[in-house]
Design a protein around this ligand. Structure first.
Ligand code: MLT
Length: 309
């Protein structure tokens, strides 16, 4: 069996695969090279850099499994893979805590202006009055999407004595009650109430531009919004205008409409914190993601059904 590792993953996953297959690691492979060589492989491991388009998948005559070391499979044409009989798996459990912790980091950084205060001190300034912050205690967290990550963010925010309201059409009311969160039926109801809004839904045609001009108008004047899910869920032009006109308190993004977000006008603003799609990047999460992705491939090579199809 031959496996291509097309994006960099933890060495442990590579070692596990080497025990059962010929492993080629080419983390710089281009789409043009991939389209020419994909038919040689029985399995491929990707993160988010490699885009497995319909054109590439149609050439993948021997591929049995696409393993996404991570959660979002928006870089894989899952319909094309399914038509071709190729399984697509992710490693959903691996990054949950790590992404929730990064979300907390961005909430705290926004509330206490940590990133901009750091910049100020490093430029030899002592601007104490400029960095008046906001406590999290007794504030309302608004969670869009109460899946694995959203739930972990809620439990961490509860330790900060925050209240939580949730929009999630798939969450049964009794589960919301047990989790101690208030479930709302409309996104706009959440936006009106929340002091801190955090997004934990995938990018789909329904969630594209979910937060646009109208939504920024609805939010509280001092609301903060954080996105560690996918770029495109917040419309970046609308976000820029809302921040520029101080319609909201601030924002923090880990993900962008286009990655990397070259020369974005968001870079001009002080009331936004930006990180380079690193919410899932801890040693622990990436090690787990690589091991789970490798395990899934090994299962398929043994003729078994993987767990995360
Ligand atoms: C994920 O979907 O797992 C994260 O966004 C991280 C990544 O793309 O590697």
């Amino acid at each position: 069996m031959k496996v291509l590792i097309a994006d960099s993953i933890d060495e442990k996953g590579v070692e596990n695969l080497k025990e059962v297959a010929d492993v080629i690691v080419d983390t710089k492979i281009t789409p043009e090279e991939l389209i020419k060589t994909i038919d040689q492989y029985d399995a491929i491991v990707v993160r988010s850099r490699t885009k497995l388009t319909k054109e590439i998948i149609e050439k993948a005559d021997n591929l049995k499994i696409i393993a996404r070391a991570g959660v979002g499979v928006d870089n894989v044409d899952v319909d094309a893979a399914t038509k071709k009989g190729i399984m697509v798996v992710n490693t959903a459990e691996s990054t949950t805590v790590t992404v929730a912790e990064h979300t907390m980091g961005l909430i705290l950084t926004s509330a206490r202006k940590i990133a901009i205060a750091d910049k100020s001190v490093k430029s030899n300034k002592w601007e104490k009055a400029k960095f008046m912050g906001t406590e999290l205690k007794n504030k309302t967290l608004g969670v869009l999407g109460m899946g694995r990550i959203g739930s972990q963010v809620v439990s961490r925010c509860k330790a900060f004595e925050m209240d939580a309201i949730v929009y999630d059409p798939y969450l049964p009311p009794e589960v919301a009650k047990n989790m101690g969160v208030e479930l709302v039926n409309e996104v706009h109801d959440l936006l009106k109430e929340a002091d801190f809004i955090t997004i934990h839904v995938p990018l789909t045609p329904e969630t594209k531009d979910l937060i646009d001009e109208e939504e920024f108008e609805i939010m509280k004047d001092n609301a903060f919004i954080v996105n560690c899910a996918r770029g495109g869920i917040i419309n970046e032009d609308a976000l820029y205008n809302a921040l520029k006109e101080n319609k909201i308190g601030g924002a923090a993004l880990d993900v962008y409409e286009n990655e990397p977000p070259k020369d974005s006008k968001l870079f001009e603003l002080d009331n936004i914190v930006l990180t380079p799609h690193i919410a899932a990047s801890t040693n622990e999460a990436q090690r787990d993601a690589a091991i789970i992705a490798a395990d899934e491939i090994v299962e398929v090579f043994k003729g078994k059904t993987p767990k995360n199809v």
